[in-house]
Design a protein around this ligand. Structure first.
Ligand SMILES: Nc1ncnc2c1ncn2[C@@H]1O[C@H](COP(=O)(O)OP(=O)(O)OP(=O)(O)O)[C@@H](O)[C@H]1O
Length: 699
């Protein structure tokens, strides 16, 4: 009897797994001796073992049959060869022949970029461009050594010749837990272009909610490490995310891709470390409370201190102050510690400018001071000055001379911008007052950290090696000044900067246009990508979210759904008394239906969430409340303020109260963020009048 495709593939999988097991058995115990060569060999064995262990779980997820065309015409192409593509490349035991090719390898790029049709496909390899025909694209889902799903998304010469989305749709239809996952088996062409984009540029990615920005950035790191092995190091890459909970949420992806050691931080934590914790961060929940717990007007947002301090105009004032400081370092009078001893200003200038050329201003200043001290010691010795009195008079003169050479910490210089004679004339009075008081109490607000970090870097430089690559997530919330500070930590721009202007809910601190950030770089050092397809939510949810943004001006781009249909979105009115029972009933109903692993009740404010949370607990529901300083997100049933839900996703979302009192016309972005967290199910309750954003919605 003829074997089915599934049986043939299962046999091949069994053989691959046997090979992998055999190789794993062949790796002996770890070397613990002192021999350096043996230690290096041991490290290589460990790396191989890690790769094999990744492969043992799921050796591959795809197969591409490729018939390479010879470079010189007239020669017949060979037979199509199957390429099995997995998370980790594995060679056959005892040979160089590849059992599985790594998803990041040049040939594997066709698996992602090939869109069907009879024309040749191509990829770039280190030996030049390779082209040929794709005959088959097959997707597998392998669990516990068994092929549980096999889908051919392209067979040459069959049907319409396009690549089908069936496998992608199947994956998108799955439930989510409390961690973001890798997507190697279903990376889409437009995402693959970003992942494989060249290294020495600042890539800016504008992507709608759920377009895979965060996921793509993480895959890009894994790609860069593979492609530029030895030239880019994991310890010199860093990911900036908005908060600790978000970092916890994304923390699974890189290990799944076999990548470790990449720093993950928030701008605040990074800046505080750079400043050696010379200042404490004021509680960010106060800022959140100010902007989100009460109503704020557009005028208040535009006049916010965060916007002002994040601006390039403020940076220009700081640059001027730094230039003045630089000029004031060199003494213009000679140093005469004793009669007949003279150190001329021109000598000091020569040391300062020639000997310490590229160092930052305070480093140069400190070296100059040490040099003056050494000069005095050697003069005293040289001229045989033994008299104690004379020596101590000379040292006293030295002390008063060097004291006059200005010395600043970042904090001192920053504080001087707001107070006293040195205050900048153009700082708005209210900003100067609150900032000064805060700094005096030993605290900085988030908005102070970019200028502080920038000043520190300009004064003292970077104590650590520069970053090889920087990822900034939710970059629409960054000010130009923040990015400028990070730019100082790199020799060449190599960044992935991603965000969504349509989710720019921290408008009091962030940007309105990407050009505000892109203009910081030289022409040719940036690239811009747009991701408009949304993979997270069903068509119904995306259409609804697009509707919310529909009334907004300013080049809003609707998200394009993948053709995945689900339940219609509903909006239900409740009375004040019936509101909390309605929230709890909905949750109970969803739990009883059993179709969702993660459910979220999204509230407008922390206060509203606390109220809902208490009620749900009293109803015997196990719910957790997300708060602003939370380090982890546990999944299950959560109650979360809408402004903290950004970046997360849930199988089902209930917007607790979409009434007018909660979401006014200016809150479109906030409601959009809340609604686009949902994968499969979205419902809104509202008390009293509906938000004007949904006034004409026919749901
Ligand atoms: N190619 C893909 N295949 C399968 N799933 C994908 C793909 N691209 C994205 N996803 C899924 O879509 C969801 C959204 O991804 P991600 O959180 O990275 O998007 P985002 O653009 O950062 O979203 P947001 O701006 O809303 O935070 C995730 O569940 C991710 O696994």
């Amino acid at each position: 009897m003829q074997k089915t495709v599934q049986q043939e593939e299962q046999e091949r999988l069994d053989a691959a797994l046997r090979d992998i097991e055999e190789q794993l058995r062949g790796i002996g115990p770890r070397y613990t001796g002192q021999d350096f060569t043996e230690q290096m060999l041991d490290l290589q064995r460990e790396e191989r073992k890690n790769r094999l262990e990744v492969a043992r779980k799921e050796p591959y997820f795809g197969r591409l049959d490729f018939q390479e065309l010879p470079q010189n015409t007239g020669v017949n192409p060979g037979e199509p060869k199957p390429l099995y593509i997995g998370k980790a490349g594995v060679a056959r035991n005892g040979s160089n022949e590849l059992l599985v090719i790594d998803w990041r390898a040049p040939a594997a790029s066709m698996y992602y970029s090939f869109t069907g049709g009879d024309d040749p496909a191509a990829y770039s390899s280190p030996d030049g461009d390779v082209s040929g025909y794709v005959h088959l694209k097959r997707n597998f889902m392998i669990r516990g050594g068994e092929i549980v799903r096999l889908v051919d998304s392209y067979i040459r010469g069959q049907e319409e010749g396009g690549v089908s989305d069936e496998f992608l749709l199947y994956r998108l239809g799955e439930n989510k837990d409390n961690k973001l996952r890798d997507i190697v088996s279903t990376i889409q062409g437009e995402q693959d272009k970003i992942i494989r984009a060249e290294r020495n540029k600042a890539l800016f990615i504008q992507g709608v909610a759920g377009s895979g920005k965060t996921t793509v950035a993480l895959h890009r790191l894994a790609f860069l490490l593979y492609q530029y092995e030895g030239r880019i190091r994991a310890e010199r890459m860093i990911i900036f995310a908005p908060n600790r909970m978000f970092l916890d949420y994304i923390s699974g992806v890189l290990p799944e891709l076999g990548v470790g050691d990449i720093g993950q931080t928030t701008f605040g934590d990074w800046a505080l470390e750079l400043l050696e914790h010379s200042v404490q961060l004021a509680d960010p929940s106060e800022t959140m409370a100010y902007w989100f717990e009460e109503r704020r007007t557009i005028e208040e947002i535009e006049a916010s201190s965060g916007r002002w301090k994040g601006s390039l105009a403020f940076k220009a004032s700081i640059d001027e102050r730094l230039a003045k400081l630089q000029e004031s370092i060199l003494p213009d009078a000679p140093f005469v510690p004793l009669e007949g001893f003279t150190l001329t200003p021109s000598m000091m200038k020569e040391w300062y400018e020639t000997d310490y050329g590229d160092e930052t201003v305070m480093v140069k200043r400190d070296r100059l001071v040490s040099r003056i001290k050494r000069w005095l010691e050697s003069e005293l010795k040289h001229r045989g000055v033994a008299d104690k009195k004379k020596r101590s008079a000379a040292l006293a003169k030295l002390n008063s001379f060097v004291k006059r050479i200005p010395s600043y910490t970042a904090l001192q210089l920053y504080a001087s911008l707001y107070k006293g004679k040195t205050a900048l004339p153009d700082v708005p009075k209210a900003i100067a007052k609150t900032t000064s008081e805060r700094l005096q109490a030993g605290y900085a607000a988030a908005e102070d950290l970019a200028p502080l970090a920038y000043i520190h870097l300009k004064l003292y430089g970077l104590a650590k090696p520069p970053f090889d690559h920087i990822v900034i997530d939710e970059a629409q919330d960054y000010s130009p000044f923040q990015l400028e500070a990070l730019r100082l930590c790199q020799r060449t721009p190599s960044m992935t900067v991603l965000g969504d202007l349509q989710q720019g809910i921290h408008a009091y601190a962030g940007i309105q246009r990407w050009s505000e950030l892109m203009d910081l770089f030289a022409d040719g050092d940036t690239d811009f990508f747009e991701l408009n397809r949304s993979y997270r939510s069903t068509m119904e949810i995306i259409d609804f979210a697009n509707y919310i943004l529909g009334g907004m001006t300013g080049g809003v781009k609707p998200a394009v759904p993948v053709f995945r249909s689900g339940d219609p979105v509903t909006a239900v009115e409740t009375s004040d008394e019936g509101w909390l029972p309605a929230v709890s009933e909905t949750v109970k109903e969803w739990k009883a239906a059993g179709g969702f692993d993660t459910i979220s009740v999204v509230g407008r404010t922390a206060k509203e969430c606390a109220e809902i949370h208490r009620y749900l607990l009293a109803q015997g529901l196990e719910a957790s409340l997300v708060q602003s300083k939370q380090p982890t997100y546990g999944g299950g049933l959560t109650v979360v303020p809408v402004y903290l839900s950004k970046g997360l996703e849930f199988d089902a979302v209930l917007i607790a109260d979409a009434g007018r009192a909660n979401y006014d016309a200016i809150d479109a972005k906030l409601l959009y963020v809340g609604c686009t967290r949902a994968l499969h199910k979205l419902k809104l309750l509202y008390r009293g009048e509906r938000t004007p954003l949904l006034e004409k919605w026919q749901g």
